[in-house]
Design a protein around this ligand. Structure first.
Ligand SMILES: NC(=O)c1ccc[n+]([C@@H]2O[C@H](COP(=O)([O-])OP(=O)(O)OC[C@H]3O[C@@H](n4cnc5c(N)ncnc54)[C@H](O)[C@@H]3O)[C@@H](O)[C@H]2O)c1
Length: 326
């Protein structure tokens, strides 16, 4: 019985694959390499270079590998790009997501772990953000994920599909073998570290007039290894016959952009230049998770997600891979 990991050549998916293999779970990877890296996939693993929307291919994978569940990371995930090209986001994330689900269900696969996001909440009306917080995304990326959540809910009622939708806050950090390499890179921590390495002249700080103690935006950073552990626990929950659930993955602790940069200066010993830029439209001042529900339902708790550990692990990876996966 094998787990299909879509997006397994991406940042979080590649860590997930390592964790699953370490715990003795057979895996198959499906990734179109539109955003991922062949170098993030070990030689010899069953890897399919294809799209999640290719029903024929997904059906064949299910048949040939006796797939019992799917962890679905594959998606386009740039907020700004989704505003400029919403069609592409709804096609890739929603339309192809439906095709994937249809092919899985036709093959009898009924367990599904889905990468959702705190972007489904939109502008927070309260902090910390619990799972009952209104979901009103402010961009097509967030909508594409929320629509997928609603589809999963309806498929559970109608067809008995059992799922866990995991709403990540800010994925960050690295393992010894896998780290974050996006092109372009929009996430703060890799950009801070690239600046520390001299690969970027400065780090852009978007907005310094937020109603926060130092004026910069506050986010909840969660280590990629903790995220992946939660996926394994979500799968175990479904295997035990647990109900479908939507859960935040965060720590409940927020750090401002300037606090992250200060911590990165301590970890790297580098002077990291900053440049203040205008706040980006739709960027809330604070996004911090209420993390209790994942603990209650899965028994999950973040272990690696203090900011120093996140930065140290990411720094080690960046130093060992100065050009990422290239
Ligand atoms: N990184 C974060 O902070 C964060 C936060 C919240 C949610 N998420 C979600 O987690 C998931 C993984 O994020 P990531 O940072 O690892 O992204 P990533 O871009 O590194 O990985 C996504 C992978 O999916 C592949 N892919 C995209 N569309 C595909 C398709 N139609 N068919 C096959 N493969 C496809 C890409 O090539 C890439 O390898 C995404 O669904 C993202 O929306 C990420």
């Amino acid at each position: 019985m094998t787990i299909l990991v879509t997006g397994g050549a991406g940042y979080i998916g590649s860590v997930m694959v390592d964790q699953l293999l370490d715990s003795g779970e057979p895996v198959v990877l499906l990734d179109d390499l539109s955003r991922g890296h062949r170098g993030a996939v070990d030689e010899g693993l069953p890897f399919y270079d294809g799209r999640t929307g290719d029903r024929e291919l997904v059906s064949r994978i299910c048949r040939e590998h006796d797939i019992e569940s799917c962890i679905h990371f594959a998606a386009l995930a740039y907020v700004g790009e989704s505003v400029a090209e919403p069609k592409r986001y709804f096609e890739n994330n929603v339309e192809q997501g439906i095709a994937l689900l249809d092919a899985l269900m036709a093959a009898g696969v009924r367990r599904f772990v889905f990468s959702s996001t705190c972007a489904t909440y939109g502008e927070p009306v309260r902090i910390p953000i619990d799972e009952e917080h209104p979901q009103q995304p402010t961009n097509p990326y967030g909508w594409s994920k929320l629509i997928c959540e609603k589809i999963l809910e309806a498929y559970d009622h109608a067809y008995g599909l059992k799922y866990v939708a995991l709403r990540y806050f800010n994925a960050s950090g690295a393992t010894e073998r896998r780290g974050e390499h996006h092109e372009p890179e929009t996430h703060l921590i890799p950009n801070v570290l690239l600046a520390a390495m001299g690969k970027l002249p400065f780090v852009s700080v978007f907005g310094d007039q937020y109603p926060t103690p130092d004026g910069t935006a506050i986010r909840d950073y969660i280590h990629v290894a903790d995220l992946c552990t939660a996926h394994s626990m979500a799968l175990d929950h479904l295997r035990r016959g647990g109900n479908s659930a939507s859960l935040n993955l965060g720590t409940g602790q927020g750090y401002s952009v300037m606090e992250v940069i200060e911590a990165a200066r301590r970890v790297t010993g580098s002077r990291i230049e900053t440049r203040i830029e205008p706040a980006r439209p739709g960027d809330p001042s604070r996004l911090v998770a209420a993390a209790e529900k994942a603990k209650k339902v899965l028994g999950w708790q973040a272990e690696w997600s203090d900011i120093e550990t996140i930065l140290c692990t990411a720094w080690n990876w960046h130093q060992a891979h100065p050009d990422g996966y290239l």
